[in-house]
Design a binder for this molecule. Structure first.
Ligand SMILES: NC(=O)c1ccc[n+]([C@@H]2O[C@H](COP(=O)([O-])OP(=O)(O)OC[C@H]3O[C@@H](n4cnc5c(N)ncnc54)[C@H](O)[C@@H]3O)[C@@H](O)[C@H]2O)c1
Length: 351
């Protein structure tokens, strides 16, 4: 594998921001997009970081995304809003939607913002962390383009659509769960295919719908949901709440952001914010979270485990380390950024 080199997070973020402004995105929105992408890389979620800049730029070049969207909001009940994202970049629409959910929940205790006409919004934890800064419990759902079969099927239909939820904590930090409904990342199958490697059983079907451990056959087939019918059902719920419920595209109609350049994606999202002191004082809630986490962490460990971690803890540690010491990137990711920079006459300053 090609050696990764360490880069300063701020420099990569600046370059990303400049690439988007040079592609016609307003300064504040380019900052939001760059912030969402670099946060993924800081937290070790490499698949949703700046590696995706060329994909987003390609969609901008094809005018498939509205560079200056004017999202509209409709109040549909005392605690719910429907946002039309006006086909803006998912990061921009998503951040605004979560801010609206937080504002409303400050009054109502619980608030829901449904979003239609949005785009791929990257790592769901970006919006969970936004809610945590406001000391809110949150649920963040999105639908996405077909990536895996519905349980019993053999071709792509449901999205990898992550299930994401967070809850503020006390001394041990927050709970941050952000998990795709696929059992593994497609990038891992691609890697196995390129190297002619086998993969673990239960990850994929070949193009004829048969279970396979052949990396190449798996890459040309489909990834399976995690936990069999359970992951498939959760992905269907993401599709219901983000797609059917909001008026966004659904049932296989969200366009693949990489390969389908025939029109906007019309992705749907679902943001829920809840005040953690709805049933007791915030202090009591946080003390109870500490009890849950301290007792979890002190459980007897299974063979092979040195430590019990809370969801989000490993990513938070990675983030703290990378903010201090930089982020490793392989040359292909940097080449992708430099190519995009050259296309819009931006000079990369990464050294
Ligand atoms: N926007 C989209 O359409 C889209 C689609 C698919 C995936 N994604 C993103 O892809 C990213 C990667 O998803 P993934 O499923 O590969 O994540 P993952 O498998 O790396 O992690 C899933 C969850 O498990 C937790 N976890 C992992 N190891 C743990 C341990 N040892 N102890 C306790 N908790 C642990 C993590 O904190 C995380 O919350 C997510 O950020 C997701 O939002 C986005």
């Amino acid at each position: 594998m090609t050696e990764a080199r360490i880069y300063d997070a701020q420099k990569i973020k600046n370059l990303t921001r400049l690439i988007f402004t040079a592609n016609g995105i307003p300064e504040a929105d380019a900052e939001t997009i760059a912030e969402g992408l670099i946060l993924s890389d800081l937290r070790g979620v490499y698949s949703h970081g700046v590696v995706r800049v060329p994909m987003y730029c390609e969609r901008l070049r094809h005018n498939l995304v509205n560079r200056m969207p004017k999202p509209t909001l409709k109040k549909t009940s005392i605690a719910s809003l429907l946002m039309d994202g006006d086909n803006g970049m998912g990061f921009v629409v998503g951040k605004q939607a979560m801010a609206e959910a937080i504002n409303l929940a400050n009054d109502t205790g619980v608030a829901l913002v449904g979003v239609k006409n949005s785009g791929h919004f990257g790592m769901s934890a970006f919006y969970l962390l936004q809610a945590l800064i406001a000391d809110m419990i949150s649920f963040v759902y999105t639908n996405s383009s077909p990536a895996m079969p519905v349980w019993g099927g053999r071709s792509k239909f449901l999205g990898a659509s992550p299930f994401a939820a967070a809850a503020p904590g006390g001394e041990y930090g927050p709970f941050v769960l952000d998990m795709a409904c696929t059992v593994t990342a497609r990038g891992k199958l691609k890697y196995a295919a390129q190297r002619g490697e086998t993969i673990a059983p239960g990850l994929a079907l070949d193009s004829e719908g048969k279970p396979t451990t052949d990396g190449n056959k798996a890459f040309h087939g489909v990834i399976l949901p995690f936990g069999g019918v359970k992951g498939s059902s959760l992905a269907m719920l993401m599709e219901i709440l983000s797609g059917v419920f909001t008026g966004a595209a659904f049932a296989g109609d969200v366009r693949n952001p990489h390969t389908d350049l025939t029109g906007p994606q019309n992705v749907g999202h679902f943001f829920m914010a809840i005040k953690p002191d709805l049933f007791m004082s915030l202090d009591d809630y946080k003390k109870r979270m500490d009890i849950l986490f301290s007792r979890s962490k002190s459980c007897d460990k299974a063979e092979g485990f040195e430590e019990i971690c809370i969801p989000g803890e490993i990513e938070a540690r990675t983030e703290a380390n990378r903010r201090e010491n930089g982020i490793p990137f392989t040359p292909d990711v940097i080449r992708g950024l430099e190519k995009e920079a050259n296309l819009v006459n931006v000079s990369p300053d990464l050294d």
